[in-house]
Design a protein around this ligand. Structure first.
Ligand SMILES: NC(=O)c1ccc[n+]([C@@H]2O[C@H](COP(=O)([O-])OP(=O)(O)OC[C@H]3O[C@@H](n4cnc5c(N)ncnc54)[C@H](OP(=O)(O)O)[C@@H]3O)[C@@H](O)[C@H]2O)c1
Length: 324
């Protein structure tokens, strides 16, 4: 066999390998976002109650409402008792499900968990949604520019990271005992690859991604699914309620699509739009480009322009209110 023939065979195998890989990816995407619309898991089979952290607005509230709509009773955890009561009433009135509320501030760290454990005692918890999370700045910032950096480090680590294994530690034993359970951990696109100018936030989300994947590998044989959800932009308070479009999802639309993917994938962007954006970003923004000073300058400029636009809109709104 000549060298050219050998090269042709090698080339052929390479092409077939990549075509098979692409076909597999397409099938996984089709299953996750198209088939899942027609066939989704009955979430009630995991147990009577779902626990959602950070449940009074945005993605957490949307998950809580969607879980109640799908027949689960819901435990809501957040800081503001007033908001908790409001959402609990909304869920009772709209979906007729039972609710419990727990007031807790996850930035307080270790000290809150004995009280949370007490409130959860005796409940058959089938689903845990580790959603609570905070960002530290409304624009892309260098690490030392984070406002009150000393305090913020502890708060972000306690809220975005510590809450996930601590809540899991409280709820997982009951799931293991019953041989079934679902843990959904909300990470972020910034937790898929390191994101400069969001260094601390990005690192906490990378922790969530890694923890979820390891936990899934450890406990899937015991009947527990650990799903990591890594969204891009969802219109919530965290993203200044930016307008919904083909790239930015509404919280309710996102939660509904993301819950359909349960049982189809243990790692997901949550919705088709975000999965396609994730694929495009992986191709268009290789690591060297994402880490480059050029892109950092562009991100800063984009953030400054957006802040300016928001300020102008707010001033226009105020003027409109005065005229009325
Ligand atoms: N929005 C996005 O585009 C996006 C993208 C990727 C990932 N994520 C992730 O998705 C999750 C939810 O984000 P979101 O956009 O829905 O945020 P959000 O609208 O700001 O809502 C945050 C929720 O968490 C509660 N909360 C905040 N700090 C808390 C604390 N220290 N202790 C207890 N509860 C607290 C808030 O309620 P109270 O104020 O009543 O406590 C609220 O219910 C986060 O983990 C975030 O990192 C969001």
């Amino acid at each position: 066999m000549s060298f050219t023939e050998l090269l042709a065979i090698f080339g052929g195998f390479t092409v077939v390998f990549y075509l098979l890989k692409l076909a597999w990816k397409c099938w996984c995407g089709f299953r996750q976002f198209v088939l899942s619309e027609l066939w989704h898991v009955d979430l009630r089979t995991y147990g009577q109650w779902a626990v959602v952290t950070g449940a009074t607005s945005g993605i957490g509230k949307a998950y809580a409402c969607e879980l109640a709509r799908r027949g689960l009773d819901v435990v809501l955890i957040s800081r503001s008792d007033e908001k908790l009561q409001m959402i609990a009433k909304e869920i009772k009135d709209q979906y007729g499900r039972k609710t419990r509320t727990i007031q807790a501030d996850f930035t307080d760290g270790q000290s809150i968990y004995p009280a949370v454990a007490g409130e959860l005692q005796g409940l058959e918890i089938g689903i845990l949604v580790n959603n609570v999370g905070m960002a530290y700045s409304d624009h892309f910032a260098y690490f030392l520019e984070i406002p009150d950096v000393e305090q913020k480090i502890t708060q972000i680590v306690n809220c975005n990271m510590l809450s996930v294994p601590q809540m899991t530690r409280l709820i997982l034993p009951g799931m293991v005992e019953r041989g079934t359970g679902l843990i959904i951990n909300i990470s972020s696109e910034a937790g898929v690859r390191p994101q400069p100018l969001l260094s601390l936030y990005s690192a906490t989300k990378i922790f969530v991604t890694a923890f979820s994947q390891c936990l899934h590998a450890e406990y899937k044989s015991k009947g527990i699914i650990v799903q990591c959800v890594a969204p891009l932009l969802v219109s919530t308070n965290m993203t200044k309620n930016m307008s919904v479009n083909c790239l930015v999802k509404s919280a309710s639309g996102f939660a509904s699509e993301a819950l359909n993917t349960v049982g189809h994938s243990s790692y997901t962007s949550g919705c088709l739009s975000h999965a396609l954006q994730d694929m495009a970003l992986a191709i268009l923004m290789p690591d060297w480009f994402r880490m480059s000073p050029f892109l950092m300058r562009k991100l800063r400029k984009f953030a400054e322009d957006r802040k300016y636009d928001i300020r102008v809109c707010e001033e226009k709104d105020k003027l409109g209110e005065k005229e009325e």
